[in-house]
Design a protein around this ligand. Structure first.
Ligand code: LRH
Ligand code: MN
Ligand code: MN
Length: 424
């Protein structure tokens, strides 16, 4: 972890300017009838989970260019996640991917406690073959036409639940790459029926206080058809399985220009929104840093979430899911978590009463302006104050760079070669 005196020193240099900016924003919000302290309290309480797989440098199918001090295993990854939380105070939990992070649950728990983290949703992996595995997933997993392969994939998911139970997780996210590459390669209906049947078996093994999230994605690795391709199919799955089954929305898993906030609204309305994988994209499942391409879209998603805050039992899981190819993953994850909080804070500023009034009057221009007033507000002082109040850094990237953490772990962790490349 990072020496607290480094954070304190960096904070001291910025404290007065932050206080002035915060007071100025507070006065301006006050004129809009908004209590800045209440917003800061909500932002402080808001957390988004970090994906364990996000702290290693990502790659494309062409190459991977690892940085210095790459985490060697889940324990190094948890150290990095601890630093992200120490500085940013927005990421109190980690989402694990099995078998990438498979270790003795007692050791995982102890390490998480040591670095001040808990575990969010578990992620299963039946989109790759693992060493020694009896049946290949080349032609699918939960929807494979061979029963033994399906059974193996079900068994893996049940094991993820078991590990999750031992480390205090309460949700399983299932994403499969199953699909086809040629028209005619698979019977679309039969494949979905087999998938549903396998998911029913996983659902049957779900503890009472757990939730099952199915994650849709339009394409990739299957390029002609994907068995769980969109939110409609995903809704059918959640509906078929039962009340503990929900849809997970990864922001990068839709066709370009799809109205994601509307998907979010629909899933909320019918009680099936389970959670998010936040990231940003320009073309496909780019896994770019959250808010780096289209922060307005993220804001519009949060606008739906804030509007639904009072819905009984509404508690979607919030996770990041990104691939960092050209940045230090720690820096990307700190700033991405902050972008998620920014969208949340901006959505909290929307005057919902006025908005409803304008909507009722069919005043399109003022409706849009009222919504956008939230997005236009620079809430950075709120975000910084929330970090500072929770013991973090006013400027977490500056404090991180001042700490020399990456160079230090680079001395302990052997350099890795990017040769051979390949997808994350
Ligand atoms: C699939 C996905 C899914 C996986 C992760 C590594 O594209 O978004 O969530 O678990 O990437
Ligand atoms: Mn995802
Ligand atoms: Mn993805």
């Amino acid at each position: 972890m990072i020496d607290q005196t480094i954070i304190d020193k960096d904070n001291e240099a910025r404290r007065a300017a932050l206080a002035a900016d915060y007071d100025a924003l507070g006065a301006s919000l006050d004129r809009r009838g908004i209590d800045i302290a209440a917003i800061t309290a909500k932002v402080t309480a808001y957390g988004v989970a970090v994906p364990s797989w996000g702290v290693g440098t990502g790659g494309t199918r062409f190459a991977r260019f690892p940085g210095a001090g790459e985490p060697r295993h889940i324990f190094d990854k948890l150290d990095d996640c601890g630093v992200i939380q120490q500085l940013g105070r927005a990421t109190p939990s980690v989402s694990l991917h099995i078998p990438w992070d498979k270790e003795d649950p007692a050791d995982l728990r102890a390490k998480a406690e040591e670095v001040g983290l808990t575990f969010d949703a578990m992620n299963s992996n039946t989109f790759q073959d693992q060493e020694g595995q009896a049946h290949s997933y080349k032609f699918g997993s939960l929807s494979h036409n061979d029963a033994a392969t399906r059974a193996q994939a079900v068994e893996h998911n049940l094991e993820c639940i078991e590990i999750g139970q031992a480390i205090g997780s309460r949700a399983l996210t299932v994403w499969v790459g199953d699909g086809s590459n040629f028209p005619g390669q698979t019977n679309l209906t039969g494949q979905f029926e087999r998938y549903l049947d396998a998911m029913r078996q996983i659902y049957a093994g779900l503890p009472d206080d757990w939730r099952l999230f199915s994650e849709h994605k339009m394409y990739e690795p299957a390029f002609y058809s994907t068995v769980v391709q969109d939110w409609g199919t995903n809704y059918l799955i959640a509906k078929e399985l039962g009340e503990k089954a929900f849809c997970l929305v990864d922001l990068g898993h839709h066709a370009p220009n799809v109205n994601i906030e509307m998907i979010v609204a629909r899933l909320i309305q019918f009680g099936k929104l389970g959670g998010f994988h936040f990231n940003d994209s320009k073309y496909g499942d780019d896994d770019l840093d959250t808010g780096s391409i289209d922060p307005f879209r993220l804001f519009l998603v949060f606008n739906e979430l804030v509007a639904a805050e009072s819905v009984e039992g509404f508690d979607p899981a919030h996770m990041l899911d990104q691939s960092h190819n050209v940045t230090d993953p720690i820096e990307s994850l700190i700033s991405s978590a902050s972008e998620v909080r920014r969208a949340y804070a901006q959505a909290l500023l929307v005057d919902r009463e006025s908005l409803a009034g304008y909507q009722g009057d069919n005043d399109a221009l003022m409706s849009a302006a009222t919504l956008k007033a939230g997005f236009r507000t620079d809430v950075e002082p709120i975000l910084a104050m929330a970090r500072l109040g929770a013991g973090g850094a006013i400027d977490p990237i500056a404090a991180y760079r001042a700490s020399g953490y990456r160079a230090r772990v680079g001395e302990e962790r052997p350099a890795v070669s990017g040769a051979g490349g390949g997808i994350v």
